[in-house]
Design a protein around this ligand. Structure first.
Ligand code: G3H
Ligand code: 13P
Ligand code: ZN
Length: 330
């Protein structure tokens, strides 16, 4: 067992308190490999933003649990070396069992999500309470979820949303003791959140999807005032990346994500953690494809992973500065 404190990590409690008071959100960026981790740390050091390094169960299998522990420790040391000790949380994204959450805590995670959102309500409560009971012994924070997002996570996919029922949140938070709550208000996982035919065009001709259900968010906030709320599925699917990918041999269907103005509005509320993964995947893929197309003789991985890392860092800095508002909040 290694404590996250020995790795130089923090849990999310204080970060969320400050984020709610300061009306911004902490970025939760998923990572699976060294280049993604470097881009996240570089972007957060340059913007002086706290950050949640987020690992899905698929990412944990991909990267290896032991390597991840040292990568997280490396991230804290790397930030110091770059000149700014930004607070870093290592968080399990969409944990689906008590055993997985327990194992992550034993390997140095400072925060875990137990996602029982697809279970019947009582089972979701029971599972989340069991994880909280264990995690809090080690001062590890826990995120629960109520409501199901549409889209794909790992092998699990949900065709439609089932929005969070505000009348359940107070009871859930009280019975489970979770430290934060992910809710479903119209975001969804993956790059293909909305098809163009589900959208309308604004004055500039840009496709705009149906707005997020801010009425549900407000109702949730009314029932659990000041409680940290989490937004999953918050990628915006930047059109320039989709265009570059398709220009250089990719085959992505038309897709529309969550408009950044809506995320900015959410970040000013009790939403204090915003999850972004797909936009980073698009940024890296666009950069790699461009190198492959323009320099077909290149075969040194550093020559395409390097530009991918740079593009990713640019994207994260943009999110921190212009969407989440977490720059300078350390
Ligand atoms: O919410 C899901 C995240 O984007 C992680 O995706 O399970 O493919 O690693 P993954
Ligand atoms: P996106 O697929 O919209 O990036 O969402 C990521 C996420 O919610 C990770 O938990
Ligand atoms: Zn998610």
């Amino acid at each position: 067992m290694v404590s996250y404190k020995e790795l130089g990590l923090v849990n999310s409690r204080e970060l969320f308190k400050k984020a709610i008071a300061g009306k911004y959100a902490i970025p939760a960026f998923n990572f699976n490999n060294m280049e993604q981790m470097q881009a996240i740390v570089q972007a957060c050091v340059e913007t002086k933003s706290p950050v949640i390094l987020q690992v899905s169960s698929g990412a944990r299998k991909y990267a290896n649990q032991t390597l991840l522990r040292y990568m997280a420790q490396g991230a804290t040391e790397y930030a110091k070396e770059l000149g700014c000790e930004v607070p870093i949380v290592l968080h399990l994204d969409h944990g689906d069992s008590f055993e997985l959450c327990k194992s992550c805590i034993e390997y140095g995670f400072s925060s875990v999500m137990i996602d029982g959102s697809a279970l019947p309500y009582d089972q979701n409560v029971e599972l989340a309470a069991k994880v909280v009971d264990y995690a809090h012994k080690y001062d590890v924070t826990v995120e629960g979820e109520l409501g199901v997002l549409a889209g794909i996570e790992d092998e699990v996919s949900h065709e439609t949303h089932s929005y969070t029922r505000p009348e359940e949140v107070e009871d859930f938070v009280k019975k489970t003791g979770v430290d934060s709550l992910a809710i479903s208000i119209g975001t969804s996982h993956g790059a293909f959140k909305f098809k163009p035919e589900q959208c309308t065009r604004n004055a500039e001709g840009k496709l705009v999807p149906p707005p997020l259900r801010f009425d549900i968010l407000q109702e949730v906030e009314k029932r659990i005032p000041g409680f940290p709320i989490v937004l999953h599925g918050a990628s915006s699917v930047p059109q320039q990346y989709v265009d570059i990918i398709n220009e250089y041999g990719g085959k992505l269907e038309a897709a529309v994500g969550i408009p950044e103005e809506q995320l900015r509005k959410a970040a000013e509320s009790a939403v204090c953690k915003i999850n972004i993964d797909s936009d980073g995947r698009l940024a890296m893929t666009a950069a790699v494809r461009e190198v492959f197309a323009k320099k077909p003789a290149e075969f040194d991985p550093r020559k395409y992973l390097g530009p991918a890392r740079d593009e990713l860092k640019k994207l994260y800095m943009h999110k921190i500065n212009n969407v989440l508002g977490s720059a300078g909040r350390i």
